[in-house]
Design a protein around this ligand. Sequence first.
Ligand SMILES: Cc1cc2nc3c(=O)[nH]c(=O)nc-3n(C[C@H](O)[C@H](O)[C@H](O)COP(=O)(O)OP(=O)(O)OC[C@H]3O[C@@H](n4cnc5c(N)ncnc54)[C@H](O)[C@@H]3O)c2cc1C
Length: 400
Amino acid sequence: MDFSRVELSDDDQAFLDEVRAFLDTHVTDEVRRRDRETGDNFDEGVHLAMGAAGWLAAELNSEEEGGLNRLRRRIWDLERRRVRIPWVTWGTTSIVVNSVRKHGSTELQREVLPRLERGEVRLCLGYTEPEGGSDVAMAKTRAVRDGDQWVINGSKMFTTGAHNCQYVFLITNTDPEAPKHKSLTMFLVPLDTPGIEIQGIRTVDGDRTNIVYYSDVRIDDKYRLGDVNGGWAVLMGPLNEEHGVVGAADDGLQDVSILIHQGTMMATSVDNVVSIAAKPGPDGRRLLDDTSVGYRLGRSIAKVEAALSAPHMFGRVALAQTMRDISPDLMDILGPASVLPIETEGAADNGGMEYVYRWAPLCGIYGGTLEVFRNMIAQHVLGLGRPNYSHPAKPKAKAS
Ligand SMILES: Cc1cc2nc3c(=O)[nH]c(=O)nc-3n(C[C@H](O)[C@H](O)[C@H](O)COP(=O)(O)OP(=O)(O)OC[C@H]3O[C@@H](n4cnc5c(N)ncnc54)[C@H](O)[C@@H]3O)c2cc1C
């Protein structure tokens, strides 16, 4: 991994200035306030502006196809994060694009891709079901063929962004008798099809997600991605990307792991706690003068640094676990005013650490739980074999 600073050429500096000007114009305090209120993690005005200015196409296409080169892609990523752009719906959309390009019919690609680059079309992920999400291959939502059409029945839990999207990348079961990995078929289902009902759910950190019901939803075969019962192959690319199992390139121009966005928000909140702890109070004393405060702050900072540096799957586990570990400790250091949320009068650090505390459990659930990733690391990286959840064998009765 190359940690050296990148010197920008005049052209790249001009590009950085252009990105900043664009983002500062469109990602305003009002956009961020509205986003906190709705929990949507999406702003249609900003998204359409990015589409109209060509930023979405530049991001989706490779340098050879006329998109951003690696350095400019990195600048674009970091600057969006710096201004806290509402980002989740673009994240789910870009995870699915390659599957549409690779497995979608020409007709479907023509319908979706140009509008997607203009920002008019967004895609969400319909994997998890009310009965369970860790093993996505267990999907029970049924798709049954009827001539040139399919009829879909079932329900999906936590379809984040569905209310701001036009299509859902849906896992369906098309052969309940087959082994689970050979029973799935993927579709890109238009969300305005009759029979689809979207209901909002607010999570403990204020984010909005959805439960989506599918009742006799009838779609044309052109919305199928890949082969019938061959859905697992279509799903692999997007799943690997969301899980963060694809290693970062070693040129230093990519996040070392997924969840770095969450990690940098946590690091910023830790910096704010340090500033408060280093400031003398009315009696001239600083929180930091208490050695236990110094010890707990130091331990938290060391954990954050280690988590921010851990690559791929290790990083996502380390970051989500660190958010859970340090936020109660740092709120404790700040005292009772730390429980007041953002923009509440008297909040110790404007609610920064309180937000990390409420966000932490979710970061260890979406895209796969901490337990599941720990098992994947144990099994696939450390070679410890499959976990065994069977009941421990009873000790043998002693012979008399
Ligand atoms: C805010 C938020 C947004 C989300 N957005 C989306 C989305 O856009 N689209 C989507 O499809 N899903 C989404 N999800 C769902 C998410 O992917 C699932 O919640 C997650 O995969 C876990 O599935 P589950 O909640 O059904 O838990 P379950 O799979 O029922 O698991 C329950 C418990 O059992 C444990 N467990 C399960 N299997 C194992 C195992 N093999 N080894 C060890 N422990 C295990 C889990 O760790 C967990 O503690 C979102 C979730 C949240 C909270």
